[in-house]
Write a protein that binds this ligand. Structure first.
Ligand SMILES: *[C@@H]1O[C@H](CO)[C@@H](O)[C@H](O)[C@H]1NC(C)=O
Ligand SMILES: *[C@@H]1O[C@H](CO)[C@@H](O)[C@H](O)[C@H]1NC(C)=O
Ligand SMILES: *[C@@H]1O[C@H](CO)[C@@H](O)[C@H](O)[C@H]1NC(C)=O
Length: 492
């Protein structure tokens, strides 16, 4: 997905050359609707379609009226067209399936597979059919030309729609032009859909390097850290960083670049929005990343997150702080132990007394559930390996369940069964089930719970029956009903 940004930055670099590189991506929709144009498409289906009756006008949702360049064997000037400049979306779906929608150079659309060069002296762009000579001499030739201040671009890219339009227009022109070369080139053009990685390699070959995630992160970190940046610029930098640090390797780079500590420091910023986004980036970087988890706890992130959760803060800030805390604690027994030592469980418990924090309830319960399960699953696993034993040893120091029972979480959790959403109840039921072993005595005497469970049972009996009538034998409601019945039975 980073390609989107990377490629845009190419455009920025080449803007000097009045070079309109329109990096519009087909994020999924093209391949969805036009399966023959997916990256793995077969040329045959493509050809068949072209030879068939229709296809030029279908799916023109994002078609543009393009002026098409008709290639020949000699260099021709490509005329500028004041076309729309497309911004690539920040996050494209299905990153690896991306195609360039098209490369526009100074505006006029150029069929894929042509040699294109920019004449830096005249500022004009020229294009022609590729020579039939072999590739290697071609590359040498390109280098030579570059020295002559002419940049070559192999514009191997085109959208289905544009390609079809181009082909259609070319076909119309066959009568007048009627050259075998053009025809032969058409076949070639059809094969020119290329995955982004290939394009990237192509650009690299031409020294048009695409910015790496690392370089982008350096820029973003500098933007964030610069005293010249306004608050909104800093927030924008964090917003983008969050996207990069999801990747494990990026998160490690983020760490070595000093970005992690900047986030931790920002957690006690006076600006709520800063705290919120710093916690967001932190949470993303911490996710399933032991190296970052260790550095973060050493950098004091845990205390700061707990301070945010324990003090009066906007809900949005606490939400992200809870997210970061969860990422910090998951699969990291040392952090869990510190969390308990620092009174983290009470901090979470107090959220249930605070007004306006209802949105956090289920998140908190889910976190507790995950932590309890994590430990239980590990203890239940075969642990003959040394590493495993060490893990079990670490987890044995995490006295989570006794603290949970002592602090009254049994009732906090079961009371949430009164919430109306099914998926919330599902999570709460799961948690009640794992807590059952420790909370049974409390639950047995809880008349309120007894009533809630009875009501839920009848509600889900009805929903499950309906589900079954609709033909769903192993439905969602049946599953929920099963959990409820199990709990009721255990309480007998
Ligand atoms: C942030 O800026 C300060 C002051 O300019 C500098 O000392 C520090 O190295 C910078 N940190 C990072 C991670 O760039
Ligand atoms: C944040 O905390 C650090 C140390 O924990 C401190 O040096 C810094 O001044 C604090 N910043 C603010 C804005 O309170
Ligand atoms: C609920 O209370 C009724 C009596 O009021 C009792 O018969 C039943 O067993 C209780 N159910 C549970 C699950 O405790």
């Amino acid at each position: 997905m980073s390609h989107c940004i990377g490629l845009l930055s190419i455009a920025a670099k080449f803007s000097l050359l009045v070079f309109l590189l329109s990096a519009v991506f087909l994020c999924s929709s093209l391949s969805d609707r036009n399966p023959e144009f997916a990256l793995t498409k077969t040329e045959e289906s493509d050809l068949k379609e072209e030879n068939g009756k229709e296809s030029v006008t279908e799916d023109d949702a994002d078609a543009e009226d393009l002026e098409v360049f008709y290639p020949t064997n000699w260099w021709q000037t490509v005329h500028p067209v004041p076309g729309p400049f497309h911004q690539a979306g920040r996050k494209c779906l299905d990153g690896d399936k991306l195609l360039f929608k098209s490369i526009f150079i100074l505006g006029q659309a150029i069929p894929a597979g042509l040699h294109v060069r920019l004449n830096l002296q005249t500022g004009e762009k020229e294009a022609k059919l590729p020579d039939s000579t072999n590739e290697k001499s071609d590359m040498k030739d390109q280098k030579k030309r570059k020295r002559l201040d002419k940049v070559d671009i192999d514009s191997n890219s085109f959208t289905s729609q544009e390609l079809k339009e181009a082909l259609a227009k070319l076909k119309e022109n066959e009568k007048t032009k009627s050259t075998m070369e053009v025809k032969a080139n058409l076949e070639d053009v059809r094969k020119r859909f290329r995955p982004i990685e290939e394009l990237k390699a192509e650009f690299e070959r031409l020294n048009m390097r695409i910015e790496t995630d690392y370089e982008i992160m350096v820029k973003l970190i500098n933007k964030f850290n610069s005293s010249d940046s306004m608050l909104d610029e800093k927030i924008a930098a964090l917003y983008d960083l969050e996207y990069y640090v999801h990747q494990v390797d990026n998160a490690k780079d983020f760490l070595s670049l000093g970005g992690l500590q900047l986030m931790i420091n920002a957690l006690n910023s006076t600006e709520a929005v800063m705290k919120e986004h710093a916690a967001f980036v932190l949470g993303a970087a911490l996710s399933s990343n032991p190296k970052v988890q260790i550095e973060a706890i050493e950098g004091g992130a845990l205390q700061k997150l707990l301070v945010i959760l324990a003090t009066e803060q906007p809900l949005a800030v606490k939400k992200k702080a809870l997210f970061a805390l969860s990422s910090m604690l998951r699969h990291f027994p040392y952090a869990q132990q510190q969390f308990l030592k620092l009174g983290g469980l009470q901090v979470l418990r107090n959220l249930f007394k605070e007004k306006g924090m209802e949105a956090l309830y289920v998140r908190v319960v889910t976190l507790l559930y995950d932590l309890i399960m994590e430990k239980m699953l590990l203890e239940g696993a075969q642990n003959n390996e040394d590493q495993m034993e060490e893990k079990v040893q670490q987890y044995s120091q995490v006295k989570l369940v006794p603290a949970v029972v002592e602090q009254g979480w049994c009732a906090i959790v079961s009371n949430l069964l009164a919430l109306p959403e099914h998926d919330t109840r599902e999570k709460v039921l799961k948690t009640v089930s794992v807590l059952m072993a420790f909370c049974k005595d409390r639950y047995r005497g809880d008349q309120h719970l007894n009533i809630t469970l009875s009501m839920l049972r009848s509600e889900y009996e009805e929903l499950a029956a309906e589900e079954q009538r609709e033909g769903d034998k192993d439905g969602y409601f049946k599953e929920l009903l099963g959990s409820i019945n199990t709990i009721i039975q255990e309480l007998r």
